[in-house]
Design a protein around this ligand. Structure first.
Ligand SMILES: [Zn+2]
Length: 568
């Protein structure tokens, strides 16, 4: 048994996330964590809100709240939504925690001691009206190349040219609109990543071959361009302060670490938060001098890959301390909304809070994972959503469960019938179930989620095919004992579904398990032999008919939702 550390990229504190954010990191991490736990591994599944930086400060200002208060509320809001999706985090932390502050400062000190941090003077745009330095993208003006008048200081959205804020004509603050801007000198810390390029290369060479190609190709491409030294501090009030014992002048000037420096360190910080929350938890055994039984898997969208596979490892390597580094990286492409971007401001696309008000979590979990943007971008559309939900969940899984249990109940009462001993058809079904289960397991082990979903769907379909072939509603007339065998076998299949479907559809799995009154249902996972035997639920076990597992999505609903959330 291995010990599995699983982390999902941290959702930014500001705003409710959309379905693409969910399927690009947190949801697949949850499916994997649940699967590993069921297989008997020790799992620590960590996530947190990423809370620092200018967008949080500005959102707080807009909400009329102190930024700490704003973040505390936004964190609770996101946490509640993720609970709604049954994301089984062992800890959902906050990058603004004291634990992360301490860890971030300690790593920065170590990087400094090892000669990887340098203080440099840079010229930055200061807004007198806003009384702050402006990040490049908070400066707007007219593009000198195409004349677009809302170009940002880092890039022109219209002609896509990369810009420097000083290139802009009629530059003004995106916050206040003030044109009272000046370029000032300011001191910042730089992480000398250029000196760590070789080490990161060597570290990556060892493991990237084992990663899915999306992650390894992005990491290699980024590294091939060479690592640039990178500013790791900002002139903000909200962030991890630069420690005064190491940089007294910068600390006195109120510098904080750049959000991208402290955010990945929060994986460690959040694990320390988890450890501090209860007795007997040891964060070090996961992160510091961890032995080779610890296997660390990260989940993220593709834009996060460089930070996780190159920059964060550079930070940890430069600390010269035995921090655990990632073993396996699973990256995702984009989920689009009808081929375009989800947008809060344009009210386009369905966001995680609204989705849960329309339908329970299992519908979204299944649709998103079965159509996860793994090898390519995937597009969300209501017609496709309705088709997948209706076919897979309502017709294939839900209908099978309901048919078997209602018919069994009507004809044979509230205990699993006995009937004949298993025959050729049951043995064939058992062999098929064991083979499909093996495919499902190897797909999940390889983090190949669409393939895993296909295998699970095939396992559900096998039940319907068996039922149609045996036709117990016919058998019962001529040979009731044969009908009993069919139903007992089908009921065992339902129990198998309950166990192995849990990573994808945990609520339906609970309902299926709950249908059978097994004495302290001991089954965590089903091995091949057990799957082939289909005998976990013995004859005589009391059962009940659960409510219909999945309702069909109607045409009226898809029309209403298309109108409400945009589309086409
Ligand atoms: Zn332009």
């Amino acid at each position: 048994m291995a010990r599995h550390l699983v982390t999902s990229a941290l959702p930014y504190i500001n705003g409710i996330k959309h379905l693409g954010n969910l399927v690009g990191s947190m949801l697949p991490a949850d499916v994997y964590a649940r699967y590993l736990r069921q297989r008997g591994h020790e799992v620590l599944f960590i996530c947190a809100t990423d809370e620092h930086g200018t967008p949080a400060e500005l959102a707080a200002q807009e909400a009329g709240l102190p930024v700490a208060e704003f973040c505390a509320r936004a964190h609770e809001r996101q946490r509640g939504i993720y609970r709604g999706y049954e994301l089984s985090f062992d800890h959902f932390g906050r990058s603004s925690s004291p634990q992360n502050r301490e860890t971030t400062q300690e790593i920065a000190r170590e990087l400094h001691r090892n000669g990887f941090v340098e203080q440099r003077s840079v010229r930055q745009v200061y807004s007198t009206a806003d009384r702050r330095f402006l990040p490049d993208r908070y400066i707007v003006g007219t593009c000198p190349y195409c004349g677009y008048d809302r170009a940002r200081g880092d890039q022109c959205e219209n002609c896509t040219r990369v810009l420097d804020p000083t290139d802009l004509l009629d530059a003004r603050s995106a916050i206040s609109g003030s044109a009272d801007l000046e370029v000032r000198d300011t001191e910042h810390l730089f992480l000398l990543q250029s000196r760590l390029t070789g080490e990161v290369e060597a570290w990556l060479a060892d493991r990237a071959d084992r990663w899915p190609v999306l992650a390894s190709s992005i990491a290699r491409k980024w590294l091939a361009e060479g690592l640039q030294d990178r500013s790791i501090t900002r002139d903000l009030t909200w962030g991890v302060p630069v420690p005064a014992d190491t940089w007294p002048e910068l600390a006195a000037a109120g510098k904080v670490f750049y959000v991208w420096f402290d955010a990945p360190i929060e994986y460690i910080g959040a694990t320390r938060e988890w450890a501090d929350a209860a007795e007997g938890r040891d964060w070090r055994s996961w992160w510091y001098e961890a032995d080779e039984t610890v296997r660390y898997t990260q989940f993220m969208a593709k834009d996060n890959v460089p930070f996780h596979t190159v920059m964060f490892p550079a930070t940890l390597l430069g600390s010269r301390r035995p921090w655990k580094k990632v073993d396996h990286v699973k990256a995702f492409n984009w989920l689009t909304y009808y081929g375009g971007k989800f947008s809060t401001s344009l009210r386009r696309g369905v966001f995680t809070d609204d989705a849960l008000e329309l339908l329970p979590a299992d519908y979204w979990r299944w649709f998103l994972m079965a159509n996860a943007p793994e090898s390519d971008d995937a597009s969300f559309g209501w017609e496709l959503f309705a088709t997948v939900v209706n076919k897979d969940l309502a017709d294939t899984l839900g209908n099978f469960v309901n048919r078997v249990l209602s018919f069994g109940h009507r004809r044979f009462g509230d205990r699993v019938p006995a009937g004949q001993t298993a025959g050729e058809a049951e043995q064939r079904l058992g062999r098929e179930a064991a083979a499909l289960l093996a495919g499902y397991e190897s797909a999940l082990d390889a983090l190949d989620f669409r393939k895993a979903a296909r295998a699970l769907r095939a396992l559900w379909s096998a039940g319907n095919a068996y039922l149609d072939e045996r036709a117990p509603w016919q058998q019962v007339k001529a040979d009731p004992a044969a009908a009993e065998l069919t139903l007992r076998t089908a009921m065992n299949l339902i129990h198998l579904y309950a166990v192995v479907s849990e990573p994808f559809v945990p609520a339906a799995a609970r309902a299926m398990r709950g249908a059978f009154d097994l004495p302290a249902d001991p089954v965590r996972w089903v091995d091949a032999e057990r799957a082939a035997a289909l005998d976990t639920v013995p004859a005589g076990t009391p059962f009940r008919v659960p409510p219909v597992l999945f309702a069909k999505v109607t045409d009226e609903q898809t029309e209403e939702w298309t109108a409400r959330f945009g589309g086409r």
